[in-house]
Design a protein around this ligand. Sequence first.
Ligand code: SME
Length: 171
Amino acid sequence: MSYAVTRYDFRDKPRDYARLRDELASLLAGERDLIANAANTAALIFAALPDVNWAGFYFLKHDELVVGPFQGKPACVRIALGRGVCGTAAAQRRTLLVPDVHRFPGHIACDAASRSEIVVPLIAGGTLLGVLDIDSPRPARFDEADVRGLESLAELLLLSVRESCGRADRA
Ligand code: SME
């Protein structure tokens, strides 16, 4: 199978996220494996979004976040709940938009090029599974339209694996 990823300009973010959601739906159709679908979701996001230097997942395992499928430079493996942007978004169970990572207390710098970041928690049936984390080398790269667009992609990933939904350490 060959897959041609469209690189949208995202000047109309709602429109382009809707197109990306359709692409992701086709990519995940018929597959329920969490790791496989998370890997393709990270690859699609990394290839399609401009100005992104890291895109991927951390999954909750035994009460800490452990790195999952991603695209970008090698990253820190374990993050405690409540630590860094990822651990804070997971602990607070809400999407965090960080326009300047240098001003976020406790930010964990995996790639020194990262300047802004967005982290979306993955919650299925009230259970926290992990987070989707995206970094950009551009300050204030993400806005509310990215929050809505990326939350919708994360929701699609969770729907695709719903039959096997549960904590990643039980999958
Ligand atoms: N910056 C994140 C750590 C993960 S990397 O960006 C891939 C944080 O502060 O939690």
